[in-house]
Design a protein around this ligand. Sequence first.
Ligand code: ADP
Ligand code: MG
Length: 226
Amino acid sequence: MSGEKLIELRSVHKSYQLGKMLTPALRGVHLSLNKGDFTAVIGASGSGKSTLLNMVGCIDTPDSGEIYIQGRSVLSLDDNEKSELRNQKIGFIFQTFNLIPVLNVFDNIELPLTIQKGFDKRQQRERVLEALERVGLSEFRNHLPDQLSGGQRQRVAIARALVTRPILVLADEPTANLDSVTAHKIIDLMLDINERTGVTFLFSTHDEKLMGRVKNVIRIQDGVIA
Ligand code: ADP
Ligand code: MG
């Protein structure tokens, strides 16, 4: 069901202390995402994209402001509740893929389920096979990450993000380490997954050229949404 509000940020501020210098990363950000949205955050390096995604993903805490996920105030949660929320509801995709090099593709994708617990071996296997098929890597399940191309590694990371069936996938510059053809394919895959499964995506990029098919674009500059 779309139109339902999933994420809301109100007047979020965040600064980082570097030595004596206080660097503002977010300066009063408002953001609202509905269930099923596919949204790109675009901005130059240093504009605050990662900080923003880390706020939404409950990886970092704002200095002030409010963050709601499904109407629930995230800032009132303790650390355990926050990590539970992260594990169960949010999938993460990173610029550098962050796969475990000694685990094969299948085991990398299975990992979040092992951490989350509550699934038996057969359920886990079904979920992993489904995620593998969704990203078109079924034949590569026994490969190690370094036997794959960058684009394939990122598809593994997408499968890993989806395997818990999150409500939200956060992807921080998922295409920055890929050539432009592969980058477009990764965006197309995420769009396709969004359309077919309805999972909400928020991804960041500094590359304007990737915006062709993305309708929902947020521009961030110096920690403020334009
Ligand atoms: P982007 O992802 O768009 O490149 P970031 O959110 O990483 O931007 O950074 C926004 C600003 O905050 C930059 O000025 C950056 O230098 C600063 N910053 C980010 N993380 C830290 C940190 N851990 N310590 C100090 N400064 C930081
Ligand atoms: Mg960044």
